[in-house]
Structure formats: structure tokens, C-alpha cells
Design a protein around this ligand. Structure first.
Ligand SMILES: Nc1nc2c(ncn2[C@@H]2O[C@H](COP(=O)(O)OP(=O)(O)OP(=O)(O)O)[C@@H](O)[C@H]2O)c(=O)[nH]1
Ligand SMILES: [Mg+2]
Length: 419
């Protein structure tokens, strides 16, 4: 099955909690703090894999979760970091947010990595908080939550060269004789139901050739298999426009395919094409080719895919034209960008809204500090209170009219405001 669009949920692992513990030695009644840090939560990472051709892996794994980091231990030992979860995806995989308004990243190279959900940082143990003024802090930090996203993943086949043309013109046959790919070939139309990729070696050069399902008239409106696959040719730098010389009017089929490209996306018409006139072994094909040459002003070759005639000429021409063709993907993909979802409500450190008399505090910064806090310990709570004050939360609450004993909510938890 060929899957090129799927929605998945990805969960980075939570960071391990820090430990609050003390050294106890024979002659030291109450030693210093000795709690270690928690380990980092695992991340979910997509990895480009040349051999993958579809997103089928993701289709069956709608929820991808990385493990939690291990909590910090006594004796100053750090908890172990969790393993990352690596998911192999084909080259040409694009990751968007759920409603596809933001592109998060794209995999274009073998072994390229894209972090789709980062694991949370481990919390610090009480050893890390010891200061001169507070040599024995009685609290530790909780690990940060891992990132969670619902993402849309789309595959747009990444081939240098894409074959276009009517059904049964011989596209799959051509792919099978110039590459190691073994697509299905048959004498009936719509034999090819999904893109097939093959690596083609020409002297020192190589390129990826994509065989796509045949197009027919009105493909852009959903006729035949067209529309579902037209997007896969968007990123080919060069088209081999395969024409069957044995049909009644090869020129008309040539024009119709170009018209379909234009209707789908005008820019596709500017993409360089080599017109590959196939089935030259058949009677009358030579004459048809000569007639076509008079009408088409593009690089052309006549071949027989079945008899392997003039394939070398075609391949060398393809390599030559590829060198002239513009690059599709910006060069700067080399440096991996780290994207985070931009959510305006989370830009500020915090925000206060009043709901049914409750002061509701939101904001990524404040929620993070909250989740780091170990509320089972007095010192942990005190520290959180200090952090809020430093952020200006207390004053902001007062400004909003919050008074002694009023209720303040962060996430699911409620507190009393004490002056
Ligand atoms: N005589 C002759 N027949 C050919 C040649 N190339 C392909 N064919 C035949 O044409 C028919 C269709 O070939 P395919 O390669 O499946 O055509 P396609 O363009 O991939 O077709 P779709 O997948 O339906 O779009 C098969 O019966 C092939 O054997 C050729 O050079 N000469
Ligand atoms: Mg085919």
C-alpha cells in the first residue's frame, strides 16, 4: 500500500525527577544534600532512509512515544537518559503542524534527522541547589514534560527525474530497463498504482528516476489516478515526457499531458522536459517520430524500451539536461533548523484571565516552572512562590484585583492567594 499522507501524535518523554536526599555518615549527623539530577526524556526523531518509499510505517503507528528519563538517585547519582525513538521515513517527507499551517521540517537526505518531539530536561537534584546561604535545600526539581504534538506528515516523492505520460506508453518498462527497480508492467492502462523510484547509473553520474501512474485528460480534476499523484512530480527537476508513437495522434497526447500539468500548476510547464518517443520498434513509428520532431521544440529522442534501443543516448541526454536544470530544494537545508510551534498565547511569560471568580494563570514559562516543582516538599513550594514573585505574577494578580484568599489556578491546580 502506498501511503503519502498521515496524521500522527508524537510524545517526547518526560524528564526524570531530581532527587532530594542527604548524606548520612557515621560521625556526621546531618550531612550535605546528595540528590542527583533526573535523566533527560527521550525524543521522537524522524530519520531519512533511502530504502523507504512510503509512509506506511507511520500509518500503523499513530502514537509515537519516547520513554521517560530515570529519576535522580541518592549519592549524587544522575538518573539515566531515556533512549530516543527513531522512525525511518522516506526522503521527501515533510512534517507540518496538524492543520498544515506551519511547516516544521523536511527530510531530504539519507540519515538526516528531524526532531519532531523533544524529550523533557531532567529535574535537578537538591545537590544542585546547595548554596552558601542554603547549604541543605530540602527540595528537588521535577523533570520537564516532553513535547507533544499532533503532526501531519506528507510525502512528496523526491526524485531528480519524473516520468509523465499517458497510461501504457511504457514508463514502467523504461524504468525497469534503466534501473534496478522492478515495477509491474502490463498491456492494460493504469498498471502502475503508485510511484516507483529507481536509481539510474550513467558513467560517473547517477540520478533517481520516478515512474508515476499514467495521467489522462482531466487528471487535475480527479480523473484517473492523476490528482493523487500529480503532487509527486512537483519536485522533480526534469520530466521525461514519454509519448507512445503507435497511437493515432501522438502530438495530441503530448499536448494534453502538458495541459494537465498546466491546470495543476502553471509553474510545472516551465520545468525542463525531454520528450521520449517510445516504441520505435513498431511499424510506422519512425514516420510518426519525424512528424513529431517538426512540431515539438524540445530535446527529443526516439527509443524502444522493450528492445533497449537508444537508451544510452537518452540517459546521457538526461544527465546533461539535469545539470542545466535548476535545483528544487534550497541549499540551506544542510543546516538543520530547530522549529518550535509558534503559539501566540505562549509568547509572554504568563497571562491572567478571570473565570468565574478564579484567577487563571497561563503561559509556557509559568507552566514549565509549575511542572518542575515538587509540591510534596515545603521548600519546593516556597521556591515556586519565589519564582512567581520574580516573574511579577504577584503584582500582576493584585493589579487584576486579586485579594487575600482568592483562588488562583495553574493548569489543573488551584491555590489560595496569601498576602
Ligand atoms: N512494442 C513496444 N511495446 C512496449 C515498449 N515499451 C513498453 N511496451 C509495452 O507497452 C505496454 C505498457 O507498458 P508499461 O510500461 O506498463 O506502460 P506504463 O506507461 O507504465 O503504463 P501505466 O502504468 O498504466 O501508466 C506493455 O505491454 C509493454 O510491454 C516498446 O518500446 N515497444
Ligand atoms: Mg506503469
Amino acid at each position: 500500500m502506498f501511503i503519502d499522507e498521515v496524521t500522527v501524535e508524537v510524545y517526547g518523554g518526560k524528564g526524570g525527577n531530581g532527587m532530594a536526599s542527604y548524606r548520612r555518615e557515621k560521625y556526621v549527623e546531618f550531612g550535605g544534600p546528595w540528590g542527583g539530577n533526573g535523566g533527560r526524556g527521550g525524543s521522537v526523531i524522524f530519520v531519512g532512509e533511502e530504502g523507504e518509499q512510503t509512509l506506511i510505517n507511520l500509518q500503523y503507528r499513530r502514537h509515537i512515544k519516547a520513554d521517560k528519563g530515570v529519576s535522580g538517585l541518592s549519592k549524587g547519582q544522575h538518573g539515566a537518559n531515556a533512549n530516543n525513538v527513531y522512525v525511518k521515513v522516506p526522503l521527501g517527507t515533510i512534517v507540518y503542524n496538524a492543520d498544515k499551517t506551519i511547516k516544521i521540517g523536511e527530510i531530504t537526505r539519507h540519515q538526516q534527522e528531524l526532531v519532531v518531539a523533544k524529550g523533557g530536561k531532567g529535574g535537578r537534584g537538591n545537590m544542585a541547589f546547595a548554596t552558601h546561604r542554603n547549604p541543605a535545600p530540602d527540595f528537588a526539581e521535577n523533570g520537564d514534560p516532553g513535547e507533544y504534538f499532533k503532526i501531519s506528515v506528507e510525502l512528496k516523492v523526491l526524485a531528480d527525474v519524473g516520468m509523465i505520460g499517458y497510461p501504457s506508453v511504457g514508463k514502467s518498462t523504461l524504468l525497469s530497463v534503466v534501473s534496478n527497480s522492478k515495477p509491474k508492467i502490463a498491456a492494460y492502462p493504469f498498471t502502475t498504482l503508485q510511484p516507483n523510484l529507481g536509481m539510474v547509473y550513467v558513467g560517473e553520474e547517477q540520478f533517481v528516476l520516478a515512474d508515476l501512474p499514467g495521467l489522462i485528460e482531466d487528471a487535475h480534476q480527479g480523473h484517473g489516478l492523476g490528482i493523487r499523484f500529480l503532487k509527486h512530480i512537483e519536485r522533480c527537476r526534469l520530466f521525461l515526457h514519454v509519448v507512445d508513437l503507435t497511437v493515432d495522434d501522438p502530438y495530441e497526447t503530448y499536448q494534453k499531458i502538458n495541459h494537465e500539468l498546466e491546470m495543476y500548476d502553471e509553474a510545472l510547464l516551465d520545468r525542463p522536459q525531454i520528450v521520449v518517443c517510445n516504441k520505435i520498434d513498431m511499424p510506422g513509428a519512425k514516420e510518426a517520430f519525424e512528424a513529431l520532431q517538426k512540431k515539438i521544440d524540445k530535446p527529443m529522442v526516439s527509443i524502444s524500451a522493450i528492445q533497449k534501443t537508444k537508451l544510452n543516448e537518452l540517459l546521457y541526454l538526461t544527465v546533461e539536461q539535469l545539470k542545466l536544470a535548476p535545483k528544487m530544494i534550497e541549499e540551506d537545508v544542510e543546516e538543520q533548523k530547530v522549529y518550535t510551534f509558534v503559539d501566540d498565547s505562549k509568547e509572554k511569560a504568563f497571562e491572567i484571565n478571570i473565570e468565574d471568580g478564579v484567577y487563571v494563570l497561563t503561559g509556557s514559562k509559568i507552566e514549565l516552572l509549575f511542572s518542575r516543582t515538587d509540591f510534596s516538599r515545603e521548600d519546593g513550594i516556597k521556591r515556586f512562590a519565589r519564582q512567581l514573585r520574580t516573574l511579577g505574577v504577584d503584582q500582576a494578580l493584585r493589579d487584576k484585583g486579586c485579594k487575600h484568599h482568592d483562588i488562583v489556578r495553574i493548569l489543573k491546580y488551584e491555590f489560595e492567594f496569601i498576602e
